[in-house]
Design a protein around this ligand. Structure first.
Ligand SMILES: Nc1ncnc2c1ncn2[C@@H]1O[C@H](COP(=O)(O)OP(=O)(O)OP(=O)(O)O)[C@@H](O)[C@H]1O
Ligand SMILES: [Mg+2]
Length: 355
């Protein structure tokens, strides 16, 4: 185990990537480490040596991978916690062997993050030169023929977004100060992510939007699928955080995922009872963190078996974001749904005790 808290995907899965590269005899687009077929296999797993990273419809992954082999960039869109960031990291790792060329979009992202900046000490001492220029991740990706990742594209100010238009349509980045330009090498492309819920998806200028193919990542379709995702991720996280071994009761995971799904969709799994949805997102990602937290609780303070009391506080915390309205929603769900359910008595009590 490495000392790094969170290794990059290309390091963590170096062995799998090496196996795939060795066996891969299909055509690779210029600049790609693997063929689109092998990239898809890396992402979805093969039931053997290659573990699944993204769990979801194969078609979605195929469309995403195929897009990256064209001259259009890829925009992964979806609700919070639908693995947009996760998928983008793994795509970059498999295609370019490097997932680190990353721009984090925020309201404060400056144009330098998409184009280039200057090392001012050098600029003042030597004047403008290539040595005084500090390339952005996008510029480095162009020079290397690799994938650049842009997180939360729609949170960036629109003039910064517009700086991407030339890059995506001309595949060049002009540097007027030096009377030069950087031309993208083959293999360069951009994967951006954007959140459905955030203000601003519509603010993506149509000029920019035309340069992207949008792929919408769905929330897990069925309870089984979501339980599968959560179970795998909780086990992986437990290993990488070196949490002591616990008996991760599938039953407990199922229960947490059921609560999340019911509150998210506004109806119980059997479709019979309507429930109110809280203001938070109740995403898969949050279910994963509630359970990981529960595993830590039971490992360090409990009897190493994941029990309702280990997850109750986490669930209440995830549901009750707004102290007034969400508390009402939670109370109602607890009393009308949880209380009546067979086998959920301990869970009901634990939730009541947790607040
Ligand atoms: N379908 C899925 N397959 C595998 N892992 C998933 C899936 N859905 C969610 N996850 C897990 O959820 C966690 C969060 O995902 P991620 O951060 O990529 O979400 P996101 O869509 O980028 O959310 P946000 O909009 O908040 O940035 C990751 O640990 C990821 O493994
Ligand atoms: Mg994200």
């Amino acid at each position: 185990m490495t000392e790094v808290l969170r290794p990059h995907a290309e390091d963590q899965y170096a062995e799998e990537l090496a196996i795939l590269a060795k066996e891969d005899d299909r055509p690779r687009p210029p600049g790609w480490r693997l063929s689109p077929w092998a990239v898809t296999r890396y992402i979805l797993g093969d039931g053997d040596a290659i573990t699944p990273k993204y769990i979801g419809p194969r078609r979605i992954v195929e469309v995403a991978v195929a897009t990256l082999a064209t001259d259009r960039a890829l925009l992964l869109l979806g609700l919070p916690g639908t693995a947009k960031t996760w998928l983008s990291e793994h795509l970059a790792a498999a295609i370019s062997g490097d997932s680190t060329l990353l721009v984090q979009g925020t309201a404060g992202t400056a144009e330098e993050a998409v184009r280039y900046g200057w090392n001012y000490a050098r600029l003042l001492a030597e004047g403008p030169s290539r040595a005084a220029l500090t390339p952005s991740p996008v510029m480095r990706a162009m020079e290397r023929g690799a994938l650049a990742r842009i997180e939360e594209l729609t949170r960036m100010p629109s003039d910064v977004q517009d700086a991407l238009i030339t890059v995506l349509s001309e595949k060049t980045l002009p540097i007027p100060e030096l009377n030069e330009e950087v031309q993208a090498r083959r293999g360069f492309n951009v994967i951006a992510t954007a959140n459905d819920r955030d203000r601003g998806v519509n603010e993506l200028s149509s000029a920019l939007r035309r340069r992207f193919n949008t792929v919408v990542l769905p929330v897990p379709a069925t309870l089984e699928e979501e339980v599968d995702i959560v179970t795998r991720r909780v086990a992986q996280l437990g290993r990488s955080l070196a949490l002591p071994q616990t008996v991760t009761a599938t039953e407990e995971i199922r229960r947490v995922v059921t609560v999340f799904r019911e509150l998210r969709s506004g109806v119980t799994e059997d479709g019979r009872t309507k429930v109110k949805s809280p203001s938070g997102t109740m995403s898969t990602a949050e279910a994963i963190s509630v359970l990981t937290n529960g595993v830590a609780m039971s490992a360090h303070f409990g009897d190493a078996v994941l029990r309702p009391s280990d997850v109750a506080a986490g669930i209440v915390g995830a549901v009750v974001q707004d102290p007034v309205s969400d508390r009402v929603v939670w109370r109602e769900y607890l009393e009308t749904v949880v209380r009546e359910r067979k086998g959920w008595e301990d869970f009901y009590r634990a939730c009541r005790d947790a607040g």
